[in-house]
Write a protein that binds this ligand. Structure first.
Ligand SMILES: NC(=O)c1ccc[n+]([C@@H]2O[C@H](COP(=O)([O-])OP(=O)(O)OC[C@H]3O[C@@H](n4cnc5c(N)ncnc54)[C@H](OP(=O)(O)O)[C@@H]3O)[C@@H](O)[C@H]2O)c1
Length: 395
């Protein structure tokens, strides 16, 4: 795919510039940052508006559906594959020959979908190799159960796609039974726990990839590691704050995870933006806004168009090379692919290495893992998680 290598040099320069800026800022004021600066915030919104208005033009070089290379030997887990972008990703991966595990909270809906896809596919090739496993990201116990059941197969995992997500627009602040704000848990904590617990299978499948379906909204996100649930009176919670912060938290966590996985592990972590996509993610919008949403199909991607950056990140042979380059370099962030499948720079805040490492520690603490969990799993040692009775072992 064009653009991947050529953008790297430019991105490196940008990152160096970001690093210098961050260093200067750090020197200037030791005071703890409590929110995004208004220039950063405005710039973030410019990115969001730009994506909304110009995504179709910027992605005009992409085919739809995106042609995939042969992937018969891949096993892929796709979370949240009963709706929207995830549903497209799962179907296209399966139709291209991959073994797909639909990790969903509603197994019945997934089984119905599989039946439908098998019927539509009949006569075009071998039956689709697709199955369902239950996973509710609002329960960290469910995440551990899922990972234990998958790891117990002792089979490989080549691609983990953390797609499931929520954006409960206009809803009051809700907390999971684990005690965490729901956007934070579904969009960041649970996928982070899943990625780590599945490392033994990803090691078996190496070279393998963890793909996080992120969002351009992370540009307007801000993370306070001392107030992950956004309950302090210093910050007013809105669903926008919950959503954008959870997506920024995911970029930060992914960057540290990517750094912690040595090149020899062959595991790469990539965040992607799908674009602005017409899916059920807008289910909580008012009826009027939903109607408007439907009236602007030119600007908004279909789920099939929105699936392209993730499918690209999951299957393009150049992506691991690009990730390795970032890993070897003094690069503070993981790969981030824009909706048009080109590498882009995550937000300035995502480059805040100090906060990213604090976020890493905080995430491990909140998900009941020890701070050396990755190192232990890489060495094949057993680890424990507060949310599961059994230990997880690399093998
Ligand atoms: N649409 C956009 O414009 C846009 C833009 C940027 C990023 N994204 C990201 O893209 C990803 C996919 O979203 P989408 O637009 O395709 O939305 P969607 O149609 O609402 O799909 C979200 C999926 O996540 C699943 N899910 C929600 N809560 C879950 C839980 N507790 N446990 C397990 N699965 C759960 C849903 O399951 P059910 O089917 O059972 O409801 C659904 O399958 C999300 O991460 C979203 O943040 C979307």
């Amino acid at each position: 795919m064009e653009g991947l290598a050529s953008s790297t040099e430019e991105l490196k320069k940008n990152v160096e510039h970001h690093e210098k800026k961050m260093m200067m800022k750090k020197k200037k004021k030791k005071k703890k940052k409590e929110r995004l600066g208004w220039i950063e915030w405005l710039r973030g919104w410019m990115y969001v508006i730009h994506e909304m208005l110009f995504q179709r033009i910027v992605a005009s070089h992409l085919q739809n559906p995106m042609p995939l290379p042969p992937i018969n030997d891949l096993t892929c887990i796709v979370t949240g594959s009963t709706s929207g972008i995830g549903r497209e990703i799962a179907r296209q991966l399966a139709e291209s020959g991959a073994h797909v595990v639909m990790a969903v909270r509603n197994p019945k809906a997934a089984l119905d979908l599989i039946q439908k896809w098998q019927n539509e596919w009949s006569g075009k090739g071998l039956p689709l190799n697709i199955e369902v496993m239950e996973l509710d990201l609002l329960s960290l116990d469910s995440v551990v159960r899922f990972a234990e059941a998958y790891n117990a197969r002792m089979g490989p995992l080549h691609v983990l796609i953390n797609n499931a997500g929520i954006f409960s627009i206009g809803e009051p602040q809700n907390f999971s039974k684990d005690g965490y704000e729901e956007h934070l848990q579904v969009n960041h904590l649970a996928p982070a726990l899943l990625s780590i617990l599945l490392l033994p299978s990803l090691i078996r499948g190496s070279p393998s990839r963890i793909i996080n379906v992120n969002s351009v909204m992370h540009y307007v996100g801000f993370v306070d590691t001392e107030d992950m649930n956004v309950v302090s009176p210093k910050r007013k919670f809105t669903s926008l704050v919950g959503y954008s912060s959870s997506k920024l938290a995911q970029v930060m966590f992914s960057s540290v995870l990517h750094k912690k996985l040595p090149a020899e592990s062959g595991i790469n972590v990539v965040c992607v933006s799908p674009g602005i996509v017409h899916t059920n993610v807008a289910r909580d919008l008012s009826k009027i806004v939903q109607a408007g949403y439907r009236l602007i199909p030119y600007f908004i991607f279909s789920p099939q168009e929105g699936s392209r950056s993730t499918l690209f990140a999951a299957t393009d042979p150049q992506v691991p090379e690009y990730c390795e380059l970032l890993k070897a370099d003094k690069w503070p962030v993981c790969a981030f692919l824009a909706q048009e499948c080109r590498p882009t720079n995550p937000s300035e805040e995502a480059h805040n290495v100090e906060t990213a490492y604090r976020m890493w520690e905080k995430t491990l603490e909140m998900t009941g893992l020890h701070s050396d969990v990755v190192e232990k799993l890489l060495e094949g040692d057993q680890i424990t998680c507060r949310y599961g009775a059994d230990s997880i072992e690399a093998n």
